[in-house]
Design a protein around this ligand. Structure first.
Ligand SMILES: [Zn+2]
Length: 486
């Protein structure tokens, strides 16, 4: 869904005024100040997926020119296809922090956030809290570990290997490089920055997950060490920072120890790693909102690490963060319809869920295009959009033309006398379509929705197709984006 945002060339998005104006002076940057600072600090593109290797290099060059001496590119690895993988160093403190983003090529949200973080740190160097951050921490930043995957908007590198499962074998040049950087700089803390399936809930009572956090274990027993306590504290810190902007949308990532994964291996090697997974936020400005949350999470947690306030956080509170809940959230749910179809069965009551395949959603890989996910009692499930079809007859109907062309669909039905129709005639028409009109998992056609009209006729009210609602009359409920609470 994030791909719907228009690509805008990075160069056009670098606001020349971003660094103008004196930065606010208080030493303690609260979450609201960071949230409010982001629009001015922002140099990242409107569409994080549009930022490729070449755009990243331009952006880093611009940032170096704008903020001389803020960071240096200390070395560059080479990807499988020979693209440079820059490593940035900034700060001079004794606590090393290694942040790497986009080891999965199609997971770019944090890469954009890191550019904004760099610009903001550069513009705010007079601020005492920023000075403390740069004095107490040394940040090593790998903004795009998998440039070949980014080029193709694919998870894997050019060898088609998941770099995040290559920490032990090290068959990938990208994985070898990341390991070599870690071994050389021996950072205390790692930030492993990803995007996750956007269709997850933050626990049963929560909303769509915007950010998911994991204190990555270093062994099978999930032993608690000084390092994992620290990353639990960082996770709690991030939850507290961003929860006001994303109430009910912060979760704990649900995964056990995976020896060949990089985060787990980093922790095992002595760099306690925090996994930060960006999810989704259905609605306008989704991509930007998620970048902004990442910005607050990254800067705020690093500041807490730098000024020592992280020590005051009880690592036990980590367990209170709700777990990712999988398989409950889907794109669209139609509730309580009376369903018929081409098999001639008598209409029965059913809910229908629809899924639109995501870029990095493993669970939906089997769906290559928008389709019905499930039919039946879906009271457990929630849709990003919901249609209450109580009292309506739902009729599967193959799309006659281009997907989502509601006027064309309605006209073709009008031509057949099926807009205002008697039920027996409608049931006969759909029965004639046979297996082409059966609502079943994987079905990619439309589902027409009819409401009972006067004199026993049915009136075409709308339809759902391709995971979308067609027709103005259908009443939908959508998760309302949570506005920042003041
Ligand atoms: Zn990932």
């Amino acid at each position: 869904m994030q791909r719907a945002f228009l690509f805008v060339a990075l160069a056009l998005c670098v606001p020349g005024v971003a660094t103008q104006g004196a930065p606010p002076t208080p030493a303690t940057w609260k979450a609201h100040r960071l949230w409010d600072a982001w629009p001015r600090a922002r140099v990242s593109p409107a569409d994080p997926w549009g930022l490729k290797h070449a755009g990243l290099r331009v952006a880093l060059g611009d940032l170096q020119a704008r903020h001389p001496g803020l960071f240096s590119i200390v070395e560059e690895g080479l990807s499988s296809e020979g693209r440079q993988i820059p490593v940035l160093r900034l700060g001079s403190g004794s606590t090393g922090v290694l942040l790497w983003s986009q080891m999965h090529g199609d997971e770019p949200t944090a890469t954009s956030a890191l550019l904004d973080v760099l610009n903001w740190l550069g513009a705010s160097r007079a601020d005492a809290a920023v000075q403390k951050l740069l004095a107490n921490l040394t940040l090593w930043i790998v903004p795009m570990l998998n440039p070949d995957g980014a080029e193709r908007a694919r998870r894997w590198n050019a060898q088609e290997i998941d770099i995040n499962r290559d920490a032990m074998r090290l068959s990938t040049p990208e994985g070898r490089f990341l390991k070599a950087v870690r071994d050389r700089v021996q950072p205390l803390i790692g930030y492993n920055l990803h995007n996750q399936n956007p269709n997850l809930l933050a626990g049963k009572a929560g909303s769509q997950v915007a950010i998911s956090l994991l204190s990555v274990p270093g062994d099978e027993d999930l032993s608690e060490t000084r390092g994992t306590r620290r990353t639990k504290q960082l996770a709690v810190k991030i939850q507290r920072l961003v929860t006001v902007f994303a109430t009910g949308r912060i979760s704990r990532y649900d995964m056990d120890y995976t020896a060949r994964a990089f985060g787990d291996s980093m922790t095992r090697w002595g760099t306690a790693t925090l996994l930060v997974e960006t999810g989704g936020w259905a609605g306008p400005d989704e991509a930007q909102r998620l970048v902004q949350l990442n910005f607050v999470a990254l800067v705020g947690s690093l500041m807490a690490l730098a000024d020592g306030s992280i020590d005051a956080i009880n690592s036990q509170d980590y367990a209170l963060i709700p777990l990712n809940l999988r398989d409950s959230l889907t794109t669209l749910v139609v509730r309580n319809a009376r369903l018929t179809g081409g098999r001639g069965l008598p209409p029965f009551t059913a809910d229908l869920s629809f899924v639109v395949p995501g870029a990095f959603a493993d669970e939906t890989m089997r769906y290559r295009e928008p389709a019905i996910k499930e039919v039946g009692d879906l009271s457990y499930a929630r849709g990003l959009t919901e249609v209450d079809a109580t009292g309506m007859l739902a009729v599967p109907w193959p799309m006659p033309g281009p997907a989502e062309d509601w006027p064309a669909l309605r006209e073709s039905l009008r031509a057949r006398g099926l807009v205002e129709v008697d039920e027996a005639k409608l049931l006969a028409a759909v029965r004639a379509l046979g297996e082409a009109a059966v609502a079943r998992p994987g079905y990619t056609g439309a589902v027409l929705l009819y409401r009972a009209g006067s004199a026993g006729t049915l009136m075409l009210e709308g339809a759902v197709a391709r995971g979308r609602v067609l027709g103005e009359k259908l009443v939908t409920a959508t998760e309302i984006p949570t506005a920042p609470v003041r």
